[in-house]
Design a protein around this ligand. Sequence first.
Ligand code: IPE
Ligand code: IPE
Ligand code: MG
Length: 250
Amino acid sequence: MSDTRAVPRHLAVIMDGNGRWAEQRRRPRIIGHRAGARAVQRCLEFCLERGVEVLTLYAFSSENWGRPAEEVGGLMKLFAGTLEREAEEMHRRGICLRFIGDRSRFSAALQAKMQAAEALTRGNTRMTLAIAASYGGRQDLAMAARQLAEQVAQGQLRPEEIDEARLGQHTALADLPPPDLMIRTGGDLRISNFLLWQLAYAELWFTPQLWPDFDRDTLQQAFDDFAARQRRFGLTPAQLAPAPQGHSQV
Ligand code: IPE
Ligand code: IPE
Ligand code: MG
């Protein structure tokens, strides 16, 4: 039975396992990150085919800045090179690219590339690709709180007007549907400070597969599992079931 609900509108991915993939091959960790960039292409391709509207990829966390300088430097070079190479291609494919996270920590040159890629692809509507880089969920919430506090300080907002909806409006990706499905590769069962607010009702799916090995079969398996789940959002199964024909209640 074909089921169009099956496809998540918004897929969020924690792309983990690059370092271990390289270590298994006795290669430097950066080799794993490069292989990870190729897995991004496979994932993107699949999502475009399936009509996923938003793909959010966790590329670099606020905590990842604490890694050895050599690895951080290698990752920055990889980001810059990938952006340089792929921005035009993303644009050609109708993808709207955006970045979430504290970009002030990136070099001026990289910030300029990010901004240029966003400006180039702003009008595209086929898919939004959000890259979480220098991103932390706690920082995202702290910034939202700060913005509301500024409004209160300026007399534009009363504290009692602050509610979930208003706080949510100031978090990253607020203009997009929240993630329906969150996938983490690499075998660890945790969120690692990813979209803490936005994932409140996402379905979570984990695989031991390392990110550079991530392929269509794995993604299909995740989508199949997602399609088989019942999302209840706090309600009972009976509330969600369509009322049987001719009966108001069973
Ligand atoms: C994820 O892979 C990519 C980044 C965090 C940049 P890791 O580098 O964390 O890979 P493992 O978890 O050490 O294998
Ligand atoms: C999460 O992976 C961050 C990204 C994939 C970008 P980590 O490898 O940094 O997560 P922890 O530290 O193992 O939780
Ligand atoms: Mg890791």
